[in-house]
Design a protein around this ligand. Structure first.
Ligand SMILES: Cc1cc2nc3c(=O)[nH]c(=O)nc-3n(C[C@H](O)[C@H](O)[C@H](O)COP(=O)(O)OP(=O)(O)OC[C@H]3O[C@@H](n4cnc5c(N)ncnc54)[C@H](O)[C@@H]3O)c2cc1C
Length: 602
């Protein structure tokens, strides 16, 4: 048996993105001993990539905004499958969380009278995103990490958790390895918070970093927690599509919020052709009105480029399929055109969108102040995840909490841009608070040595196997998910995907890696692959079960929304003999106050 390096804490947070750090800060402030583990370096989590901003009804730019409007927008965006309680808490608590971040040192862009500036984003009725140019995630993570270090968090960088450990029903710790030496570590804790982000690497084209292999979801599933809304994978409409080496890289919605328009190869703004009835009253029906909206005219309605992401992504796909796409299979996103409207357009664009300017200049040789960008949909965000209690963020498994992108509930069938960063703050804070309370009420649990032996054996198996390299299966899986469980889905293709995934599952058991345990990326990929397979299977099963089109799920064989599917979430969990159990979990009735808000905002 191998030796383990032992660590003992009250609260263990797995993930050092916005959700993990916010949870760790809160737990630490409650006076318990906290550890944070991250697969990469502190400050490198996916959150750092966030560009557009944090959605919070501060009402600094438009005083008609309020938590009520934010709540109604979030529910409409999620097609009413959201946990309404989470949407309510989120809308009410996000402003305070942004101010808190500011009080810890975050420097946001400012209005002329010195308040936090807010920008337009898809699906938000009023300008709502607090931002720092297009580098908001960097500011957020910098602030949280400085604050957390000051509070005395123990940080474990380049450590990967491979198994959660249980004592009876309760989670009591985690087992993992460090990337540098490949040593095994046992983390004992009274409460564990999962904050591991999303699953983007299950797809071939994605805006997500290498860390997004669905680890938290797979860990929770294996530990007995339910996974909810797995069918809802968000395809962001605007990713780079050329050159191939940067395909999938995000082009922020902020470009459209600041006046950028989508055109097909004929130069036509095709988004005016298809405005969904749910949004018709709030959407401009001419270009002039759309432009006025982006310039802050309170009497104008938003341009159709700022409709929800699921809709815009499908419209782009239609243009391409019907032969009106750009040379590399996307459409054109044009911000340069604003030079016809404002005198200092190039400087204005560079100031508002500095990262986009550099991204296109350096990676594609395109000056976005002069030429349009070529863009197309990219796998971006996972609405589904660990099923949690709205107030405490505890999963179905006692002692196991989840927050941020790896948790489900807030966004329903589709997330609005900017609602993730606020999600991390609001529910990261709640998860940290409740995990600390749980830790105070419980003692350390017992770790079963047999569980450790099994975890160790599974982790080292790729060194003994003689099968294919893990990259081969990973690549094939990504192709399968992209082609058969992508933006547009059918039963036939998904059944094909499901049976192929079963094959990959068998092959993944035998993948082999050469070399030793120090910084062996083949070994790490072999272990991550297990998680990618779990989440890919869950996405496919849930998408097969939902025989309708709603939010991010579009079924070519069931192309319309069906009321029969409006009242429940799909939840998947692991049965006693290892089988996948699927249930339809009814959404509880909404309070009268919230119902009324939705009626008023329609
Ligand atoms: C390019 C881009 C731009 C975006 N822009 C915006 C925006 O403007 N506004 C907005 O609201 N949202 C935006 N999003 C979405 C948002 O950034 C993410 O949803 C959010 O940052 C997720 O935060 P998180 O804390 O849940 O996870 P992350 O920030 O990804 O952190 C996950 C952490 O978990 C760790 N981890 C994972 N698995 C393990 C394991 N097995 N063991 C140990 N550690 C592990 C990782 O190393 C990492 O530290 C954007 C996303 C992208 C890709």
């Amino acid at each position: 048996m191998a030796e383990y390096i032992n660590h003992e804490h009250d609260v263990l947070v797995i993930g050092a993105g916005g959700a993990g750090l916010r949870a760790a800060v809160e737990a630490s402030a409650a006076g318990v001993k906290v550890a944070v583990i991250t697969k990469s370096l502190l400050g490198k989590a996916h959150t750092v990539m966030a560009e557009g901003g944090i959605a919070a009804a501060l009402s600094n730019v438009d005083d008609r905004d309020s938590w009520r409007v934010h709540f109604a927008d979030t529910m409409r965006g999620g097609q009413y499958l959201n946990s309404w309680r989470m949407a309510e808490l989120h809308a009410k608590e996000a402003p305070q969380c942004v101010h808190e971040l500011e009080s810890w040192g975050a420097l946001f862009d400012r209005t002329p009278d010195g308040r936090i500036l807010q920008r337009n984003f898809g699906g938000h009725r009023y300008p709502r995103l607090a931002h720092v140019g297009d580098r908001t995630g960097l500011e957020m993570i910098r602030t949280l990490q400085d604050h957390g270090i000051h509070l005395g968090l123990d940080v474990f960088m380049e450590y990967t958790v491979v198994t959660l450990l249980k004592d009876g029903d309760r989670v009591v710790g985690a087992f993992g390895y460090d990337r540098e030496r490949g040593r095994f570590h046992l983390f004992r804790a009274k409460a564990v918070v999962l904050a591991t982000g999303g699953i983007g690497r299950a797809y071939k084209i994605t805006s997500n970093s290498w860390e997004y292999t669905g680890d938290g979801l797979a860990l929770a599933y294996e530990a007995g927690a339910g996974l909810q809304d797995m069918e809802f994978v968000q395809f962001h409409p605007t990713g780079m599509i050329w050159p191939p080496s940067v395909c999938g890289l995000l082009v922020t919605e902020g470009v459209r919020g600041d006046g950028g328009v989508l055109r097909n190869k004929e130069g036509r703004r095709f988004m005016f052709d298809s405005i969904p009835p749910l949004y018709a009253g709030q959407t401009a029906d001419n270009e002039e009105e759309g432009w006025r909206y982006t310039q802050g005219d309170k009497n104008a309605r938003r341009p159709p480029e700022l409709l929800t992401r699921d809709h815009v992504a499908r419209c782009i796909r239609t243009e391409v399929r019907e032969g009106r796409g750009s040379p590399h299979g996307g459409v054109f996103l044009d911000i340069a055109w604003i030079k016809d409207r404002i005198p200092n357009a190039p400087e204005h664009i560079k100031k508002k969108l500095p990262s986009m300017y550099h991204q296109f200049m350096q990676l594609a040789g395109i000056d976005i102040t002069k030429e349009p960008m070529e863009v197309g949909p990219t796998t971006h965000y996972m609405m589904g995840g660990v099923r949690v209690d709205a107030e405490s963020q505890m999963s179905d498994v006692p002692g196991l909490f989840a927050a941020g992108e790896c948790a489900a509930g807030l966004h329903g069938a589709n997330r609005l841009g900017g609602n993730s960063l606020s999600d991390l703050l609001v529910f990261g804070k709640r998860a940290g608070d409740y995990a600390a309370r749980f830790a105070k009420e419980h003692s350390q649990g017992k770790v079963n040595p047999d569980d450790l032996a099994v975890a160790e054996m599974r982790t080292l198996k790729p060194f003994e196997n003689r099968g294919p390299a893990p990259y081969i299966i990973q690549y094939a899986l990504q192709e399968t998910m992209q082609d058969l469980v992508g933006i547009v889905r059918t039963e036939e293709e998904m059944l094909q995907a499901l049976s192929t995934i079963q094959e990959y599952k068998k092959q993944a058991e035998s993948v082999g890696v050469p070399g030793h345990r120090e910084y062996n990326s083949g070994w790490h990929t072999a272990l991550d692959l297990q998680n990618l397979i779990v989440v890919s299977e869950m996405v496919t099963r849930a998408a097969l079960e939902r025989k309708e089109s709603r939010g991010a799920q579009f079924r070519d064989d069931y192309p319309t929304k069906d009321d029969a599917y409006a009242g429940f979430n799909i939840v998947l969990s692991k049965g006693a003999s290892g089988e996948v159990q699927l249930r339809r979990e009814p959404i509880p009735p909404m309070t009268a106050e919230l119902k009324q808000i939705i009626q008023e905002m329609k």
